[in-house]
Design a protein around this ligand. Structure first.
Ligand code: ZN
Length: 508
């Protein structure tokens, strides 16, 4: 069932579940994926042959409307392309080993790729060029096996187990596989579609999609503004006057250095790799690049680490968004993007800044979480928030250098913490923009808020921790003098009544 235009009150979301796959079962899944991959390449050939035919007919001025129409529909329409699959099944019987649902989806995937290419060529989507469909190499990328209809070819009715149905073998016997899922979500029975993917060499996952009714919008009572910056992830200030600095992912930097080192090592080995000629059975030869053994092993390590970094970034963003929306109804964030410019600390540093910051993708995560939970995320223009004094609105000419963390307003003499002042301005903008919106009567306070407490938020895989500011080590929190220090000064965000510094509840 192709996706209908989404109902605005329904949100779709996906859950990735690890599969506990043994060696034999992995072979089965690989086989299915390989066949899907082969079909995709075959369809590319089929489509190109038809285009060739069309071109020739045009060139020879053959006027056969019916044939032209048929060929065009087989190339350019989803249904036409999908209908090529049954004919191929007759010609290549091994395709029958795969359930018809994934095969059909390969057809749809190719059709979508062609449509995207046409659309970008016609200029409908400016800026993004989508190339013509390419051959896929299974060795490089595992082709996902997609079941897109509820209960067709897959079954999760037995909790904790996924039953996949494949095609039939040579004798017409239906093949199937039953695999255990690692920690499936409780509502697994409501899954709509199922897609099998592989990450790295041996981790198989099932991605299920779910549909959920959107929650009704609540009045926006509690608001927070995040001033994104480079030193930390951001500095947040809420309307009650609690300020907290959101710290960046701690180990990311080290891991990225390791990534660079691994990449350099691997690329050195590329020189020792070989071009190999292979003589096939029919006497033809082909040449392909064969990496050295060292290259292969380094590459594997690299892929694993890249995956880990990606997962950690995702985890960081989702848990932060979760945590924010647990405490607040509206989250405003400045539209800061690290400039694609020279930061004066060398080429490597410039690149690292561009790569490492997650602010761009975090905005999308925040928007998505807001939609899901009936809350609201606002992206605000943050020009001038740092250089403007929030008390008297004096604007410092030429801005304030990033190295200056605290300053005094030359006009009214107020002492400012750089990031906090920016957050004050941002929060005011956020409240003003909400005030302009009808239906949020709670927003009466538009002036600068009185700071009643400061703390740091630190990411921890088990949940976010609120720790007193300047406390470098979480373990120090166990010492009484530190605990003493944070009483009264660091208020856990959102009126959490537990002792400051205690681990906040694990996110759902
Ligand atoms: Zn001032």
């Amino acid at each position: 069932m192709p996706f209908k235009k989404a109902d605005p009150n329904i949100v779709q979301f996906a859950r990735k579940v690890l599969l506990d796959v043994s060696g034999d079962d992995a072979g089965c899944l690989d086989g299915q994926s390989k066949i899907c991959n082969w079909l995709q390449n075959q369809l590319k050939d089929q489509v190109e042959a038809r285009l060739c035919e069309l071109y020739l007919m045009n060139w020879l001025a053959v006027d056969d409307e019916a044939t032209t129409k048929k060929l065009l529909s087989e190339v350019y329409s989803e249904i036409g392309l999908r209908n090529l699959v049954p004919a191929l099944k007759d010609k290549y019987p091994f395709l029958r080993c795969v359930h018809s649902s994934p095969l059909k989806n390969i057809g749809l995937r190719v059709a979508k790729a062609i449509a995207a290419h046409r659309k970008s060529k016609s200029g409908a989507r400016a800026g993004q060029r989508v190339g013509w469909i390419k051959y896929k190499s299974w060795a490089k990328e595992w082709c996902s096996v997609e079941y897109d209809e509820p209960g067709k070819g897959w079954d999760v009715s037995e909790f904790g187990w996924l039953k996949l149905t494949f095609g039939t073998d040579r004798d017409g016997k239906r093949l199937s596989l039953r695999v255990r899922m690692v920690r499936p979500p409780k509502h697994i029975a409501q899954a709509r579609t199922c897609r099998i993917i592989r990450e790295g060499k041996d981790r198989y996952y099932a991605v299920f999609t779910f549909k959920k009714q959107k929650k009704a919008r609540r009045p926006f009572a509690r608001a927070v503004y995040i001033d994104p910056n480079q030193k930390n992830f951001g500095y947040a200030l809420d309307a009650e006057g609690k300020a907290f600095e959101i710290q960046n992912l701690q180990r990311l930097r080290e891991m990225e250095c390791t990534l660079d080192a691994l990449k350099a090592k691997r690329d050195k080995c590329a020189r020792k790799s070989l071009w190999v000629d292979v003589v096939h059975q029919d006497g033809t030869t082909s040449t392909h690049w064969r990496p050295s053994r060292k290259w292969t092993s380094l590459n594997q390590a690299l892929v694993r680490l890249e995956l880990k970094v990606r997962e950690q970034r995702k985890h960081f963003q989702f848990s932060l968004a979760n945590q924010l929306f647990r405490h607040y109804d509206v989250v405003g964030i400045g539209d800061y993007v690290p400039e694609n410019a020279d930061h004066g600390k060398g080429r490597k540093y410039n690149r690292a800044v561009r790569n490492r910051s997650m602010h761009g993708s975090f905005k999308d995560t925040l928007q998505w979480m807001a939609t899901r939970s009936g809350k609201r995320a606002v992206v605000l223009d943050e020009t001038g928030t740092t250089r403007t004094c929030h008390v008297c609105n004096h604007v410092v000419e030429g801005g304030i250098h990033p190295s200056i963390r605290e300053w005094d307003c030359p006009d009214c003499g107020t002492h400012h913490l750089r990031d906090e002042n920016a957050s004050q301005n941002g929060l005011r903008r956020l409240l003003e923009s909400l005030g302009a919106d009808a239906g949020s009567p709670q927003m009466h306070c538009l002036g600068p808020v009185q700071i009643i407490g400061r703390c740091d938020w630190r990411f921890h895989p088990q949940g976010w921790q609120g720790i007193p500011q300047g406390c470098a080590n979480v373990n120090l929190m166990r010492l009484p003098e530190y605990r003493q220090r944070c009483v009264g000064t660091s208020v856990p965000p959102g009126g959490d009544t537990r002792a400051p510094g205690s681990t906040l509840r694990r996110f759902a």
